[in-house]
Write a protein that binds this ligand. Structure first.
Ligand SMILES: C[S@@+](CC[C@H](N)C(=O)[O-])C[C@H]1O[C@@H](n2cnc3c(N)ncnc32)[C@H](O)[C@@H]1O
Length: 273
Protein backbone atom coordinates (compact mmCIF):
# COMPACT_ATOMS: atom_id res chain seq x y z
CA UNK A 1 0.00 0.00 0.00
CA UNK A 2 1.63 3.26 -1.06
CA UNK A 3 1.05 6.40 0.93
CA UNK A 4 -0.71 8.01 -2.03
CA UNK A 5 -3.02 4.98 -2.49
CA UNK A 6 -3.97 5.08 1.19
CA UNK A 7 -4.69 8.80 1.08
CA UNK A 8 -6.76 8.49 -2.10
CA UNK A 9 -8.80 5.61 -0.65
CA UNK A 10 -9.35 7.42 2.65
CA UNK A 11 -10.52 10.51 0.76
CA UNK A 12 -12.84 8.47 -1.46
CA UNK A 13 -14.43 6.48 1.41
CA UNK A 14 -14.93 9.40 3.74
CA UNK A 15 -16.21 11.49 0.84
CA UNK A 16 -18.77 8.78 0.17
CA UNK A 17 -19.76 8.71 3.86
CA UNK A 18 -20.21 12.51 3.82
CA UNK A 19 -22.37 12.41 0.68
CA UNK A 20 -24.56 9.71 2.19
CA UNK A 21 -25.21 11.84 5.26
CA UNK A 22 -25.76 14.99 3.18
CA UNK A 23 -28.31 13.37 0.83
CA UNK A 24 -30.10 11.58 3.68
CA UNK A 25 -29.32 8.04 2.46
CA UNK A 26 -27.27 7.33 5.52
CA UNK A 27 -29.38 7.24 8.64
CA UNK A 28 -26.96 5.64 11.03
CA UNK A 29 -23.24 5.66 11.52
CA UNK A 30 -21.02 3.56 9.24
CA UNK A 31 -23.13 2.14 6.48
CA UNK A 32 -19.93 2.28 4.44
CA UNK A 33 -16.52 0.89 5.36
CA UNK A 34 -14.93 3.55 7.50
CA UNK A 35 -14.17 3.84 11.21
CA UNK A 36 -16.70 1.56 12.87
CA UNK A 37 -16.77 -1.03 10.06
CA UNK A 38 -19.59 -2.02 7.80
CA UNK A 39 -21.36 -4.57 9.98
CA UNK A 40 -22.12 -3.35 13.48
CA UNK A 41 -20.51 -0.31 14.93
CA UNK A 42 -18.33 -1.06 17.92
CA UNK A 43 -16.03 1.92 17.36
CA UNK A 44 -18.25 4.93 16.71
CA UNK A 45 -21.52 4.20 18.53
CA UNK A 46 -22.65 5.84 21.78
CA UNK A 47 -19.73 8.19 22.24
CA UNK A 48 -21.70 11.32 23.10
CA UNK A 49 -24.30 12.07 25.78
CA UNK A 50 -27.82 13.04 24.83
CA UNK A 51 -27.18 16.47 26.31
CA UNK A 52 -24.29 16.94 23.86
CA UNK A 53 -26.10 15.70 20.74
CA UNK A 54 -29.37 17.51 21.54
CA UNK A 55 -27.79 20.89 20.77
CA UNK A 56 -26.19 19.80 17.48
CA UNK A 57 -27.58 19.60 13.92
CA UNK A 58 -28.78 16.05 13.20
CA UNK A 59 -26.33 15.60 10.31
CA UNK A 60 -23.36 16.53 12.48
CA UNK A 61 -24.32 13.65 14.78
CA UNK A 62 -25.01 11.24 11.90
CA UNK A 63 -21.61 12.01 10.39
CA UNK A 64 -19.79 11.18 13.61
CA UNK A 65 -17.07 8.64 12.82
CA UNK A 66 -14.85 9.00 15.84
CA UNK A 67 -13.70 6.52 18.46
CA UNK A 68 -13.95 8.73 21.53
CA UNK A 69 -15.20 12.05 22.83
CA UNK A 70 -12.08 14.24 23.00
CA UNK A 71 -13.86 17.45 23.97
CA UNK A 72 -15.35 15.74 27.02
CA UNK A 73 -11.87 14.66 28.14
CA UNK A 74 -9.90 17.74 27.08
CA UNK A 75 -9.57 20.78 29.27
CA UNK A 76 -11.04 23.67 27.26
CA UNK A 77 -11.33 27.22 28.59
CA UNK A 78 -13.25 30.26 27.36
CA UNK A 79 -11.20 32.32 24.92
CA UNK A 80 -8.96 29.46 23.76
CA UNK A 81 -8.12 28.43 20.18
CA UNK A 82 -8.84 24.77 19.40
CA UNK A 83 -7.86 22.83 16.28
CA UNK A 84 -9.51 19.52 15.34
CA UNK A 85 -7.32 17.37 13.06
CA UNK A 86 -9.56 15.53 10.56
CA UNK A 87 -12.77 17.25 11.61
CA UNK A 88 -15.16 15.24 9.39
CA UNK A 89 -18.76 16.45 9.69
CA UNK A 90 -17.68 18.84 12.44
CA UNK A 91 -19.17 17.32 15.60
CA UNK A 92 -16.16 17.97 17.85
CA UNK A 93 -15.52 21.41 16.36
CA UNK A 94 -19.09 22.49 17.14
CA UNK A 95 -18.85 21.09 20.69
CA UNK A 96 -15.48 22.83 21.21
CA UNK A 97 -16.84 26.13 19.90
CA UNK A 98 -19.46 26.13 22.66
CA UNK A 99 -16.82 25.40 25.28
CA UNK A 100 -14.38 28.16 24.23
CA UNK A 101 -17.23 30.64 23.77
CA UNK A 102 -17.47 33.67 21.46
CA UNK A 103 -14.07 34.95 22.61
CA UNK A 104 -12.41 31.73 21.47
CA UNK A 105 -12.21 29.94 18.14
CA UNK A 106 -12.52 26.35 16.92
CA UNK A 107 -10.82 25.32 13.67
CA UNK A 108 -11.56 22.09 11.84
CA UNK A 109 -9.06 20.73 9.32
CA UNK A 110 -9.95 18.07 6.75
CA UNK A 111 -8.71 17.00 3.31
CA UNK A 112 -12.05 15.66 2.00
CA UNK A 113 -14.15 18.24 0.15
CA UNK A 114 -17.51 16.55 0.79
CA UNK A 115 -16.75 16.41 4.52
CA UNK A 116 -15.86 20.10 4.50
CA UNK A 117 -19.14 20.99 2.72
CA UNK A 118 -21.11 18.94 5.24
CA UNK A 119 -19.25 20.49 8.17
CA UNK A 120 -19.85 24.03 6.87
CA UNK A 121 -23.55 23.25 6.40
CA UNK A 122 -23.66 21.93 9.98
CA UNK A 123 -21.97 25.11 11.19
CA UNK A 124 -24.59 27.19 9.38
CA UNK A 125 -27.42 25.18 10.94
CA UNK A 126 -25.81 25.44 14.39
CA UNK A 127 -25.54 29.23 13.92
CA UNK A 128 -22.02 29.52 15.37
CA UNK A 129 -19.56 32.20 14.23
CA UNK A 130 -16.43 31.22 16.13
CA UNK A 131 -15.77 28.25 13.82
CA UNK A 132 -13.69 27.90 10.66
CA UNK A 133 -13.22 24.77 8.57
CA UNK A 134 -9.90 24.64 6.72
CA UNK A 135 -9.04 22.47 3.73
CA UNK A 136 -5.73 20.70 4.06
CA UNK A 137 -3.78 17.76 5.34
CA UNK A 138 -2.87 17.04 8.91
CA UNK A 139 0.71 16.36 7.73
CA UNK A 140 0.97 20.05 6.68
CA UNK A 141 -1.30 22.10 8.94
CA UNK A 142 -2.20 25.43 7.30
CA UNK A 143 -1.78 27.50 10.48
CA UNK A 144 1.17 29.52 11.83
CA UNK A 145 3.60 28.38 14.53
CA UNK A 146 2.50 28.82 18.18
CA UNK A 147 -1.10 29.74 17.30
CA UNK A 148 -3.27 27.03 18.94
CA UNK A 149 -4.03 26.32 22.63
CA UNK A 150 -5.47 22.82 22.24
CA UNK A 151 -5.27 20.19 19.51
CA UNK A 152 -8.07 17.67 19.46
CA UNK A 153 -8.70 14.87 16.98
CA UNK A 154 -11.02 11.90 16.83
CA UNK A 155 -9.91 8.70 15.14
CA UNK A 156 -7.84 10.32 12.41
CA UNK A 157 -4.13 10.09 13.22
CA UNK A 158 -4.28 6.29 12.80
CA UNK A 159 -5.28 6.94 9.15
CA UNK A 160 -2.11 8.86 8.34
CA UNK A 161 0.83 7.11 6.71
CA UNK A 162 3.19 9.73 8.21
CA UNK A 163 2.21 9.96 11.85
CA UNK A 164 5.60 11.35 12.90
CA UNK A 165 5.02 14.32 10.60
CA UNK A 166 1.48 14.84 11.97
CA UNK A 167 2.79 14.98 15.53
CA UNK A 168 5.61 17.39 14.53
CA UNK A 169 3.03 19.63 12.87
CA UNK A 170 0.78 19.47 15.95
CA UNK A 171 3.77 20.48 18.07
CA UNK A 172 4.66 23.35 15.72
CA UNK A 173 1.23 25.00 15.74
CA UNK A 174 0.66 24.62 19.49
CA UNK A 175 1.57 27.57 21.70
CA UNK A 176 4.16 26.87 24.41
CA UNK A 177 2.24 25.05 27.15
CA UNK A 178 -0.42 24.03 24.60
CA UNK A 179 -2.24 20.72 25.00
CA UNK A 180 -2.61 17.71 22.72
CA UNK A 181 -5.88 15.91 23.63
CA UNK A 182 -6.78 13.29 21.08
CA UNK A 183 -8.98 10.20 20.80
CA UNK A 184 -7.50 7.52 18.57
CA UNK A 185 -7.36 3.80 18.02
CA UNK A 186 -4.29 2.19 19.60
CA UNK A 187 -3.04 -1.37 19.75
CA UNK A 188 -1.79 -3.25 22.78
CA UNK A 189 0.65 -5.97 21.71
CA UNK A 190 0.83 -7.40 18.20
CA UNK A 191 -1.91 -7.75 15.59
CA UNK A 192 -1.57 -10.21 12.70
CA UNK A 193 0.24 -9.00 9.59
CA UNK A 194 -2.83 -9.72 7.36
CA UNK A 195 -4.69 -7.13 9.41
CA UNK A 196 -1.83 -4.62 9.08
CA UNK A 197 -1.74 -5.10 5.29
CA UNK A 198 -5.48 -4.70 4.67
CA UNK A 199 -6.51 -1.46 2.94
CA UNK A 200 -10.10 -1.99 4.14
CA UNK A 201 -8.89 -2.19 7.73
CA UNK A 202 -6.61 0.81 7.28
CA UNK A 203 -9.57 2.88 6.12
CA UNK A 204 -11.53 1.31 9.00
CA UNK A 205 -9.08 2.82 11.53
CA UNK A 206 -7.53 -0.47 12.68
CA UNK A 207 -4.61 -1.43 10.42
CA UNK A 208 -2.75 1.87 10.79
CA UNK A 209 -3.13 2.18 14.55
CA UNK A 210 0.08 2.63 16.55
CA UNK A 211 0.90 0.53 19.59
CA UNK A 212 0.97 2.38 22.91
CA UNK A 213 4.82 2.48 23.08
CA UNK A 214 5.04 3.66 19.45
CA UNK A 215 2.58 6.51 20.13
CA UNK A 216 4.50 7.49 23.25
CA UNK A 217 7.83 7.40 21.40
CA UNK A 218 6.62 9.50 18.46
CA UNK A 219 5.09 12.13 20.74
CA UNK A 220 8.34 12.29 22.68
CA UNK A 221 10.37 12.55 19.45
CA UNK A 222 8.16 15.45 18.33
CA UNK A 223 9.06 17.26 21.59
CA UNK A 224 6.00 16.65 23.77
CA UNK A 225 6.07 16.07 27.53
CA UNK A 226 3.45 14.86 30.06
CA UNK A 227 2.44 12.05 27.70
CA UNK A 228 -0.41 9.75 28.75
CA UNK A 229 -2.46 7.12 26.92
CA UNK A 230 -5.66 5.90 28.60
CA UNK A 231 -7.92 3.26 27.02
CA UNK A 232 -11.53 4.43 26.84
CA UNK A 233 -13.08 1.41 25.05
CA UNK A 234 -11.47 -1.99 24.50
CA UNK A 235 -12.78 -3.89 21.44
CA UNK A 236 -13.38 -7.47 22.49
CA UNK A 237 -14.04 -10.56 20.32
CA UNK A 238 -17.56 -9.61 19.09
CA UNK A 239 -16.44 -6.04 18.37
CA UNK A 240 -13.42 -7.34 16.45
CA UNK A 241 -15.71 -9.60 14.41
CA UNK A 242 -17.80 -6.57 13.51
CA UNK A 243 -14.91 -4.40 12.34
CA UNK A 244 -13.18 -7.28 10.54
CA UNK A 245 -16.35 -8.10 8.57
CA UNK A 246 -16.04 -6.89 5.00
CA UNK A 247 -12.24 -7.04 5.08
CA UNK A 248 -12.22 -10.29 3.10
CA UNK A 249 -10.13 -11.90 5.86
CA UNK A 250 -11.03 -14.85 8.09
CA UNK A 251 -13.10 -12.91 10.59
CA UNK A 252 -13.70 -15.68 13.12
CA UNK A 253 -10.03 -16.68 13.41
CA UNK A 254 -8.57 -13.18 13.37
CA UNK A 255 -11.12 -11.81 15.84
CA UNK A 256 -9.68 -14.21 18.43
CA UNK A 257 -6.23 -12.72 17.88
CA UNK A 258 -7.34 -9.13 17.64
CA UNK A 259 -10.07 -9.06 20.31
CA UNK A 260 -8.93 -7.23 23.44
CA UNK A 261 -5.81 -5.82 21.71
CA UNK A 262 -7.35 -2.92 19.82
CA UNK A 263 -8.85 -0.04 21.73
CA UNK A 264 -10.14 3.49 21.58
CA UNK A 265 -7.86 5.61 23.76
CA UNK A 266 -7.45 9.18 24.95
CA UNK A 267 -3.95 10.41 24.20
CA UNK A 268 -2.71 13.50 26.01
CA UNK A 269 0.55 15.44 25.92
CA UNK A 270 1.84 18.99 26.36
CA UNK A 271 4.21 21.28 24.49
CA UNK A 272 6.79 22.50 27.03
CA UNK A 273 6.57 26.13 28.16
C1 LIG B 1 -12.70 8.60 10.91
S1 LIG B 1 -13.17 10.13 10.24
C2 LIG B 1 -13.33 11.07 11.71
C3 LIG B 1 -14.04 12.38 11.52
C4 LIG B 1 -14.31 13.17 12.79
N1 LIG B 1 -13.10 13.39 13.52
C5 LIG B 1 -15.34 12.49 13.66
O1 LIG B 1 -15.06 12.22 14.82
O2 LIG B 1 -16.42 12.24 13.17
C6 LIG B 1 -11.66 10.67 9.52
C7 LIG B 1 -11.68 12.06 8.90
O3 LIG B 1 -10.33 12.48 8.77
C8 LIG B 1 -10.11 12.99 7.48
N2 LIG B 1 -8.70 12.69 7.17
C9 LIG B 1 -8.12 11.48 7.10
N3 LIG B 1 -6.81 11.58 6.82
C10 LIG B 1 -6.55 12.91 6.72
C11 LIG B 1 -5.38 13.68 6.44
N4 LIG B 1 -4.21 13.09 6.22
N5 LIG B 1 -5.47 15.04 6.41
C12 LIG B 1 -6.67 15.64 6.62
N6 LIG B 1 -7.82 14.97 6.87
C13 LIG B 1 -7.76 13.62 6.93
C14 LIG B 1 -11.11 12.27 6.60
O4 LIG B 1 -11.39 13.02 5.44
C15 LIG B 1 -12.30 12.13 7.54
O5 LIG B 1 -13.15 13.24 7.46
Amino acid sequence: MSSEDVKATVRERYGQAARQVADGSRTSCCSTTCCGGSAGDPISSNLYTEAETAVLPEKAVLASLGCGNPTALAELHPGEVVLDLGSGGGIDVLLSARRVGPGGKAYGLDMTDDMLSLARENQRKAGVDNVEFLRGEIEAIPLPDDSVDVIISNCVINLSTDKGRVLQEAFRVLKPGGRFAVSDVVVRGEVPSEVRRSMELWVGCVAGALTEPEYHQRLWEAGFEGIGIEPTRVYEFEDAKAFLAGSGLDTEVLAREVGGRVMGAFVRARKPL
